[in-house]
Write a protein that binds this ligand. Sequence first.
Ligand SMILES: [Zn+2]
Length: 170
Amino acid sequence: MGLSPGPAQVDQLGTRAAPPIVWARSTHHSERRGAAVRWIVLHADVSPRESSTVSWLLSAASKVSYHALVHRDGKVTRFVVDSRAAWACGASEYGGVVGLNRHSLSLAFGNRHDGLERLTDAQVDAARWLIEDWRARYPSIEGILTHAMISPGRKRDPTLIPNFYRHDYT
Ligand SMILES: [Zn+2]
């Protein structure tokens, strides 16, 4: 008999606890058409409440989706399976690739993106867990991008978040 490791001990071994994940399946997705997952693209949902974002994403009118929304309390809502392309990036280009949706997984932070609201510790932890998990399952991932990087002049998310540093996630 021995003491089973609790969360604290597991954490010291370098394994993050999985965040709570719930599914809200979106109809807004399409085939990757053979494209490898090369990047993770980070977004902000530009909303004061995740419930509003979930409702909007699930509405037929939005034509938008993410693979994952990371809530302020660390919960995660998943909308699209990883094997399909979410509709997150719109007009975008990176490294000569045009249209990043087929080539990426998308993670959005619940955040007003007003230049003031910070990410919570729970959000940072949950995002890091998701990214580690994706990287483990998709060795083809080359790096972490922001929407601002792939749609310059059109999108700035999530770079207005005061404590967002892309390299925290790479
Ligand atoms: Zn975005």
